[in-house]
Ligand binder design. Structure first.
Ligand SMILES: [Zn+2]
Length: 305
C-alpha cells in the first residue's frame, strides 16, 4: 500500500468515488463551474461538509522529502483527495481540467461537460428533462456562448435564417439553443429588461428570466444574442403576442389594441406593468444589444400598434 493510500485508510477518509459524487453535486450547485481547489476555500469547505470530513481529518498532511533540495514538503491529504476525485471525473470526460477550461473561460476552473452534466443531475436526483431550464454552464455550451458574444452583427444583418431547419432537432441545435439562452440571460445579468425582475428558484439552479427571440424560432429567427432579449415569463408572453415592442433606441412602445379588444382594457396594460417604464434596461456591451433589423421585424410582424 502506498504512503498516501495508507494515510487515507488510517484517517478513515471517504472513498474517491464518494468525493467524486459530491463534487458533481457541488458543481451543479455552482452552475457547472468551480475554481481550482487551492484558490477557493469555500468550495473545499462545502465538499468537506457534504462528505462529513472533520476538522481533524482536514488537518492531516502528507509529508514527503524533496530529494533534490532535501527539504520537507507538506500536502493536505484532503486537498489531494478532492484533486484526485476531480482528475478521475476528468478522465471519464465529465469535467474539463482547469488548463483546458481556461482556454475558453479565461479562468482556471473545473467545468462540467455535457456528459458530466447528465451525471451531476443523476447524482442530485434531478430529472434529465429539466436540463434545458438550468442555468448550468457546460463546457460545450460555454464554447457556443463564447462564440455568440464575440461576434458583431453587420448593419444589414438578417435576423431570419432561411436555412434554419424547422423540425429537425439534433444534438447540435439543442446545444446551440442552450448557448443562445445562456448568452442572452448572462448579457442581461439574469434580469427582465422591462421590469428588472431577477429571481432565482429555491434551489438556486434556475432563474425566472427567459431568453426571448425577437424574430421567433418558428419564423426561423437566428439564435444570436442580437436577436434576443431577456424577459420575465409575463413580459416574454406579452412581447410574443405583441402587447409591446422595443423601438430601435430601446424604448418601450405599448400597444393601443385594448381600445379595440373587448376582452382587454386600460387595466390590462396596467396589469402587464407596461405603464411604469419608458426605457428598457439593456446590456452595456454594444454588440450584444438587439439588432435594429430584428426589432423592426418585430414592429412589423408581431406588434399590434
Ligand atoms: Zn418582466
Amino acid at each position: 500500500m502506498s504512503y498516501e493510500a495508507s494515510m487515507l485508510a488510517k484517517w478513515h477518509m471517504p472513498s474517491r468515488e464518494r468525493v467524486a459524487d459530491v463534487l458533481l453535486q457541488v458543481l451543479l450547485e455552482h452552475h457547472g463551474v468551480i475554481k481550482e481547489f487551492n484558490s477557493d476555500s469555500e468550495v473545499v469547505d462545502k465538499i468537506a461538509a457534504k462528505c462529513g470530513v472533520s476538522d481533524a481529518q482536514r488537518n492531516v498532511y502528507l509529508e514527503t522529502i524533496y530529494r533534490k533540495e532535501n527539504r520537507l514538503k507538506r500536502t493536505s491529504l484532503w486537498h489531494r483527495l478532492i484533486f484526485r476525485a476531480a482528475t478521475e471525473l476528468a478522465n471519464r470526460g465529465w469535467v474539463t481540467r482547469p488548463t483546458q477550461t481556461a482556454r475558453i473561460s479565461g479562468n482556471r476552473e473545473w467545468m462540467l461537460t455535457e456528459n458530466g452534466f447528465d451525471a451531476a443531475l443523476k447524482a442530485s436526483s434531478i430529472s434529465l428533462g429539466r436540463k434545458d431550464e438550468l442555468a448550468v454552464r457546460s463546457y460545450e455550451v460555454q464554447k457556443i456562448v463564447k462564440e455568440l458574444v464575440s461576434v458583431t452583427a453587420p448593419i444589414d444583418y438578417d435576423p431570419v435564417d432561411r436555412t434554419k431547419k424547422k423540425t429537425r432537432v439534433t444534438q447540435e441545435t439543442i446545444l446551440r439553443f442552450r448557448g443562445f439562452r445562456q448568452a442572452v440571460i448572462e448579457a442581461y445579468d439574469f434580469r427582465c429588461s422591462l421590469c428588472m425582475l431577477r429571481i432565482p428558484s429555491p434551489d438556486a439552479l434556475r432563474w425566472e428570466v427567459q431568453a426571448a427571440h425577437i424574430v421567433p424560432n418558428y419564423f426561423q429567427g437566428r439564435d444570436d444574442v442580437c436577436n434576443g432579449v431577456a424577459l420575465c415569463h409575463l413580459h416574454h408572453w406579452a412581447f410574443d403576442v405583441g402587447w409591446f415592442t422595443i423601438t430601435c433606441d430601446y424604448k418601450l412602445r405599448v400597444s393601443a389594441a385594448w381600445r379595440k379588444n373587448s376582452r382587454a382594457s386600460e387595466e390590462t396594460i396596467e396589469r402587464l406593468g407596461l405603464r411604469k417604464r419608458v426605457e428598457l434596461e439593456m446590456p452595456t456591451r454594444r454588440h450584444l444589444l438587439p439588432h435594429p433589423n430584428a426589432l423592426q421585424w418585430h414592429h412589423k410582424n408581431v406588434f399590434h400598434p
